[in-house]
Design a protein around this ligand. Structure first.
Ligand SMILES: C[S@@+](CC[C@H](N)C(=O)[O-])C[C@H]1O[C@@H](n2cnc3c(N)ncnc32)[C@H](O)[C@@H]1O
Length: 406
């Protein structure tokens, strides 16, 4: 099928609320999958700017043409493909799909080329256009982060960072860094964690298939810092919102314990098993809901990880569709489910047991405000430590709270 047809299919689904990563993944067997992925992700990353240009140039609305123009503007503005080739290909595509309308595509895209510099200049008047974020999120981040807000907005426009997690059961960090150097793969070390400077395909990551390393954003690796810094010991662990199992495996690679991995979404359970198999680890997997106890055998846990569902605002670099699908009202809905999950899990935690509450959101509502709410509503709740990582070129944004019962 024509690549443009696939790209427009994906964009339509994402704009109506589907998850970009899941939708793009459905096309992974297409010959031009890398190109399709790159265009859709980047177009969504720059969506509000491209929408602004489109609305200025396509004065008479036409839903059939709208996305074709957006793809054309994206390519003309942000790719190296020659202008004549972009226009030819899109005119041809339109002729096949909506014969009679190709003249409009030709005219609008040529107008964009002529006005491009002035239009791009206009983006500076508005953060929404410059950083491609919805107004409600800009306001919230400005209120909560003051002088740090601008760096956060800028970080959201960067490509996703590429963290590597070492499996200490198989290799030391020094040995693995030597391996990277020998293979000419540039890396940076941030707080003792490895970031590959330029994204590479999974197949090219040395020793990945043999389970020596995993791909994990370095922000997600701070779980270990929190546990080690506070010298937390445990034997019987519940990972309550476990898929795809990044932190499940991280715990099992580093600590001797029995671990139960709970996940509400049955289809995502297999992702945990795949990761466990690759790393030669084992856990008890349960398909169940952390807001109830139907799945629980009655034995308490001395450590619970509540890596709760959240708005994922800290991962916008990686999941740019959040910019266009997330609504302000969603934050309240996430807060409600987060409270429901932790309240239910609290009964499963033994006295003197520890819980790590974590989100990949940077919004106070889902983090510090929730911790205050827990403090007031759960008995024997004691906040021991917190780590917040703000999104940057090297990592996503994440929040962790270490809590003790008793
Ligand atoms: C932030 S992700 C967890 C990431 C995981 N801890 C890791 O490090 O790979 C949240 C997970 O919680 C699951 N989830 C959402 N609601 C849940 C619930 N009520 N009970 C259990 N799991 C839930 C989601 O399907 C999703 O897989």
């Amino acid at each position: 099928m024509n690549d443009y047809k696939l790209i427009i299919e994906i964009l339509k689904k994402v704009i109506s609320g589907a998850n970009l990563n899941e939708v793009v993944n459905e096309y992974k067997n297409e010959v031009n999958y890398p190109k399709i992925k790159s265009i859709t992700y980047n177009l969504i990353r720059y969506y509000y700017s491209i929408e602004y240009f489109t609305n200025k140039l396509l004065t008479k609305k036409n839903p059939n043409l709208d996305l074709i123009i957006k793809v054309g503007i994206y390519e003309l503005w942000l790719t190296e493909k020659p202008e004549y080739a972009i226009i030819n290909d899109l005119v041809e595509y339109t002729k096949n799909e909506f014969n009679g309308l190709q003249g409009v595509i030709n005219a609008v895209l040529r107008k964009f080329i002529l006005q491009k510099n002035d239009l791009v200049e206009e983006l500076n008047k508005d953060y929404k256009l410059l950083y491609n974020l919805p107004d409600w999120l800009i306001t919230k981040i400005k209120e909560q982060y003051k002088t740090q807000a601008l760096d956060i907005f800028k970080s959201f426009m960067l490509p996703p960072s590429f963290g590597i997690r070492i499996n200490p059961q198989k290799i030391t960090q020094t040995e693995y860094l030597n391996k990277l150097t020998n293979e000419n793969i540039d890396y940076t070390i941030i707080n003792n964690k490895i970031v590959i400077n330029k994204a590479i395909s999974v197949q090219k990551i040395p020793m990945f298939n043999d389970g020596y390393v995993s791909i994990q954003d370095i922000a997600a690796q701070y779980l270990l810092d929190l546990i080690n810094k506070n010298d937390i010991k445990f034997k019987n662990v519940l990972d309550a919102c476990a898929a795809p199992g990044g932190k499940t495996c991280q715990i099992l690679e580093n600590y001797k314990c029995i671990l139960t991995a709970l996940e509400v979404n049955k289809s995502r359970l297999s992702r945990i098993q795949e990761n466990l198999d690759r790393l030669n680890l084992s856990a008890k997997l349960i398909n169940g809901d952390a807001t109830n106890k139907k799945w629980w055998d009655g034995y308490k846990f001395d450590f619970i990880l509540a890596d709760v569902p959240c708005s994922a605002i800290g991962t916008i670099k990686r999941n740019p569709d959040i910019k266009i699908v997330r609504r302000e009202i969603d934050i309240n809905n996430f807060v409600n489910i987060q409270r429901e999950i932790v309240t239910n899990l609290w009964d499963l935690l033994s006295n003197d047991g520890y819980m790590v509450y974590s989100t990949c959101s940077i919004l106070n509502e889902e983090n510090e405000d929730n911790i205050n709410w827990f403090k007031n509503s759960l008995s024997k709740f004691k906040l021991i430590d917190e780590i917040k990582i703000l999104p940057s070129a090297n990592s996503d944004g994440l929040y962790y709270a270490l809590i003790k019962k008793g």
